[in-house]
Design a protein around this ligand. Structure first.
Ligand SMILES: Cc1cc2nc3c(=O)[nH]c(=O)nc-3n(C[C@H](O)[C@H](O)[C@H](O)COP(=O)(O)OP(=O)(O)OC[C@H]3O[C@@H](n4cnc5c(N)ncnc54)[C@H](O)[C@@H]3O)c2cc1C
Length: 202
């Protein structure tokens, strides 16, 4: 029996100090951490439409948003108009450093030009997250149109008998509790397989 839980590797560029702030003052998931920026100065570090979309999404929690298009990639007119209408400044410059205090909390960012933008919080929005499905593909496991592993909704078994999967590898929700639930549910059915009991679709 094999359970695959190889997840996703998020694309977060190696900007100086950024990794030490992840999860405490720099976030990637508005559904998970949007509330953390409530009414706070927030800078979105990203690229093109992905960053623009994130900046607009975050308006629900804070109106004090600045978007830094670190990758300097194209932002469509439709997004530019919405950013302008919502008074979100767009800075087309690379970020060279995240400034932190003694507790490794973000205090601002420094641009390539040397300019410092003060902020209490940051969100990242870069395209190119990597789905770690190599092992699954090697085993011949079925994947969907987004290359996520397909599993039985109840048992979490894949199309290959004895190969199970869960977490970010199979769903796009990227939530710890869902990953844990997948693993727990799979364990129940793996146990039944080990006991030689039939599964609902056998
Ligand atoms: C900065 C950040 C903040 C987050 N905040 C939240 C939050 O507040 N709430 C929330 O619910 N979720 C949050 N998430 C998402 C959450 O971390 C994921 O949804 C969850 O960890 C997914 O669990 P998983 O077991 O599927 O994969 P992971 O936790 O990604 O674990 C996969 C593991 O498999 C390993 N691996 C990959 N390929 C191979 C291989 N070929 N061989 C061996 N090992 C391999 C990886 O190195 C990794 O250790 C956050 C994620 C990030 C990056």
């Amino acid at each position: 029996m094999i359970f695959l839980g190889t997840g996703i590797t998020d694309n977060i560029p190696p900007i100086k100090n950024i990794y030490s702030t992840l999860g405490t003052s720099t976030y990637i998931c508005p559904d998970c951490d949007g509330y953390e920026i409530t009414d706070k100065q927030t800078v979105v570090l990203g690229g093109g439409n992905a960053g623009a979309g994130m900046a607009l999404t975050l308006l629900y929690w804070s109106k004090d948003i600045i978007y830094v298009n670190h990758l300097k990639s194209k932002i469509d007119d439709e997004y530019r108009e919405k950013l302008k209408a919502n008074h979100i400044p767009v800075i087309e410059e690379e970020v060279c450093e995240v400034h932190v205090d003694a507790q490794q909390q973000l205090t601002g960012i420094q641009l390539g030009s040397g300019k410092i933008i003060k902020a209490e919080k940051a969100f990242t929005a870069f395209k190119g997250n990597k789905l770690n499905n190599d092992l699954a593909l090697q085993l011949g496991v079925q994947v969907n149109e987004n290359n996520h592993v397909v599993i039985h909704p109840r048992t979490k078994e894949t199309n290959i008998k004895g190969v199970w999967a869960g977490g970010d590898l199979v769903a796009h929700s990227e939530q710890v509790t869902i990953s844990m639930g997948d693993g727990t549910q799979a364990a129940i059915w793996i146990h039944k397989r080990l006991l030689g009991q039939p599964l609902p679709y056998d």
